[in-house]
Design a binder for this molecule. Structure first.
Ligand code: SAM
Length: 328
């Protein structure tokens, strides 16, 4: 991967998005989605103003999409999305940080080392940054599915996948409602954290709160288990307080019944603005015929991703754990 390629493509997207934002009077983030579409189709949209069309046509002459690798496209897109989210008012960090996505890709590759083909589902796929980062690290046949309720993020996800020439089947819906989807081998998600406002739909879940609103992140875990095959795996980015909240007893009992805890890796605190927002990666296996909990779960506190020596140590320990505990 060439950093200069990432910068060149980011600058192209940024310039196109800025022109669209200015002339169409939309947000920068919406304009990034349009800019990515224009790039993919190598043409402006029919309904754009003539001046904008001319600008974009000229701009398209400056870029040759074929020279970019998938990861270069993902990273350039991610930079433009991050720029668009900086000004936005949403409190949640909506795109999974690159370092976390890359690390989850590495864990996924280890978990499915010997599999020839897998089906993957991200029910909170947002911009598809996490999903495509993981897909780009897998050296096997993959069928991928993503879902998100947010329209702008869905548009970004679709354009992102198109540009990377990665086939993903997207569902634009509330992921806590049913899907027309056969259970998959692997569910991964950077979980949305907070309350789920649809109390009626929450009633379909064992993990519905006894009183008041239910936690979306709990319902997402239950829903993910429904769409995982027996013996399949799940990997979530979770808040560190997941097992300490007021509804943790219910969650613990539910997980004990349906899943094995494979591992829990605490992400470096420096990644998060405040300690209370710090997160971990939780890996589960759905119980099934012949499945067993690992002799010991993979538990670790990850050092800063910038500390290469400490990171190399941890990776060696993780590799050792996989050699000892995981043979599929
Ligand atoms: N992994 C994503 C990425 O790389 O861009 C970011 C995921 S973000 C932390 C959580 C996502 O959950 C957001 O995109 C949000 O729109 C989505 N979400 C929240 N509630 C949802 C629901 N009920 N159904 C579907 N998606 C939902």
């Amino acid at each position: 991967m060439q950093q200069t390629h990432v910068e060149e493509l980011f600058e192209w997207i940024d310039e196109a998005a800025t022109a669209i934002e200015y002339q169409e009077n939309t947000t920068y983030l919406e304009s990034v989605a349009d800019a990515l579409d224009v790039l993919y189709h190598h043409a402006p949209f029919d309904d754009m103003a003539d001046l904008l069309k001319q600008q974009l046509e000229k701009h398209l002459k400056d870029i040759d999409l074929n020279k970019f690798e998938k990861e270069e496209i993902r990273k350039a897109t991610q930079l433009a999305i991050l720029k668009g989210m900086k000004g936005a008012t949403q409190q949640q960090h909506l795109i999974t940080p690159d370092t976390v996505a890359m690390f989850m890709g590495y864990l996924t590759q280890r978990l499915f080392k010997d599999a020839q083909e897998i089906r993957i589902f991200d029910p909170a796929c947002g911009t598809a940054n996490l999903l495509t980062a993981v897909l780009n690290q897998l050296d096997k046949q993959v069928a991928a599915y993503g879902s998100d309720v947010d329209e702008t993020l869905m548009k970004l996800a679709l354009a992102n996948a198109n540009l990377q020439k990665t086939e993903i089947e997207f569902f634009h819906q509330d992921s806590l409602r049913p899907f027309l989807l056969e259970p998959v081998d692997f569910v991964l998600a950077d979980l949305p954290v907070g309350y789920y406002p649809d109390d009626v739909q929450a009633g379909e879940y064992n993990l519905k709160a006894e009183e008041g609103y239910s936690y979306a992140h709990h319902l997402f875990i239950e829903q993910s288990l429904r769409y995982t095959k027996q013996g399949g795996y799940l990997m979530f980015v979770i808040p560190n307080f997941l097992f300490e909240s007021d509804q943790a007893t219910q969650l613990n009992a539910f997980l004990r019944e349906h899943a094995h805890i494979v591992g829990m890796l605490q992400l470096p605190e420096a990644l998060f603005k405040e300690e209370k927002h710090a997160k971990s990666i939780l890996v589960l296996q759905k119980k099934g015929k012949g499945t067993e909990a690992p002799k010991e779960a993979l538990l670790a506190k990850l050092p800063s991703f910038k500390n290469h020596n400490a990171m190399a140590d941890i990776l060696a320990q993780i590799n050792q754990w996989f050699e000892k505990n995981h043979s599929s």
